[in-house]
Design a protein around this ligand. Structure first.
Ligand code: A2R
Length: 329
């Protein structure tokens, strides 16, 4: 049998998640696409279709590739997931059932690093409050007050120093800001100081930029103890996953002055953001837009398609996740 064909000659793919033109138009007529936009829609999937599906494109992390979902497809070979984070896919289950999982790293690295840097400066220098001040006509009454925060007198502790973390660190270093980092494994090639213990790093710095994967291994790792260690000048920037920060502990820390401010692109229960956060003046809140430009999202969509096409051409996928390393079919 030729690579990429079945007895019926067509490869059936489930497209799960929001509709994406690049995905819808990306496959030749050798493929048959079955689209289910929401988790609820998937309940309409018939056993006849499930039996045929060999690949899944997850087009956004609002739908899940959990074990229960993947188990519905007896011939499933590959899950091509949109985004660099894949905590919405059960990669351990996939590995144990010989299912390849891919994500979309690299093509979004610089975009997310830009957002992290912008969010940090916007938080410290109060862009949102200053914009509101101008629009309200208050400039006529006097200058906007000096910002309590500044990037000039800070040391940043990176929580995560992978592709995106290092891209953020490059921007900070270009801005003459000292950078140290916490990861599980030190990176030999980096000159920056490594802290094996997160709380120890928090004591030594005044700013945390969080860019680790989500999932159980990092859940609530930025907790009350870490915030206390960071101290009253402390600023937290989270562009990773909402689950990484203990949101309630952070709200208390912001309210009580245990830390100074936060810039957040991600939340525990998106799109729900606690009213208490929304009412605060010392936070900048973004609706998870880290990679959300047309050019970068197009590149991510294309990589979702290309991983599937490469796999069904009999080659190793372009960007497998670490749980399911590259192999050809
Ligand atoms: O711990 P290491 O040595 O594997 O370093 C990785 C670090 N990391 C952690 N650090 C501390 N405690 C943990 N439990 C932990 N788990 C992972 O996060 C590494 O430095 C970094 C992940 O880097 P990459 O795999 O290159 O991911 P990338 O492209 O930088 O994206 C990071 C995350 C995504 O997973 C999305 O959730 C988010 O950014 O957009």
């Amino acid at each position: 049998m030729a690579a990429g064909t079945t007895h019926s000659g067509k490869i059936h793919l489930l497209v799960h998640g929001p509709r994406k033109p690049i995905v819808e138009k990306g496959f030749s007529d050798q493929f048959v696409l079955h689209s289910f936009e929401t988790t609820g829609d998937l309940e309409r999937l018939t056993p006849e279709v499930a039996e045929k599906v060999r690949g899944i494109a997850i087009t956004y992390n609002t739908v899940r590739g959990d074990a229960r979902t993947l188990a519905r497809f007896p011939k499933l070979e590959i899950v091509s997931s949109f985004g660099v984070g894949y905590d919405h896919v059960d990669a351990a289950y996939a590995r144990d059932h010989n299912i390849m999982v891919t994500n979309t790293p690299d093509v979004l690295t610089e975009e997310v690093a830009d957002i992290a840097m912008g969010l940090l400066i916007a938080t410290l220098r109060e862009f949102v409050k200053a914009d509101k001040y101008l629009r309200a006509g208050l400039w006529h009454n006097g200058q906007y007050p000096l910002s309590a925060g500044s990037l000039r007198d800070r040391t940043v502790g990176m929580v995560g120093m992978g592709r995106i973390g290092q891209a953020i660190a490059r921007r900070l270093e270009a801005s003459k800001v000292p950078v140290v980092y916490h990861t599980r494994n030190p990176i030999k090639e980096l000159p920056n100081k490594h802290y094996p213990d997160l709380t120890e790093m928090a004591k030594a710095v005044d700013t945390l930029v969080v860019i680790v994967p989500g999932g159980p291994g990092t859940a609530k790792m930025i907790n009350a103890e870490v915030m206390k260690a960071l101290g009253p000048r402390g600023v937290i920037i989270n562009v990773a996953r909402g689950t990484v920060v203990d949101e309630q502990a952070m709200i208390q820390a912001l309210k009580s002055g245990t830390i100074l401010a936060a810039g957040l692109d991600v939340f525990e229960r998106e799109p729900n953001v606690p009213d208490e956060l929304k009412a605060m003046q010392n936070v900048v809140l973004l609706p998870h837009i880290g990679s959300a430009s047309v050019v970068t999202r197009n590149a991510m969509d294309q990589l979702v398609v290309d991983n599937l096409k490469t796999w069904f051409a009999g080659k190793p996928p372009l960007t497998p996740v670490m749980e399911t390393p590259a192999k050809a079919r």
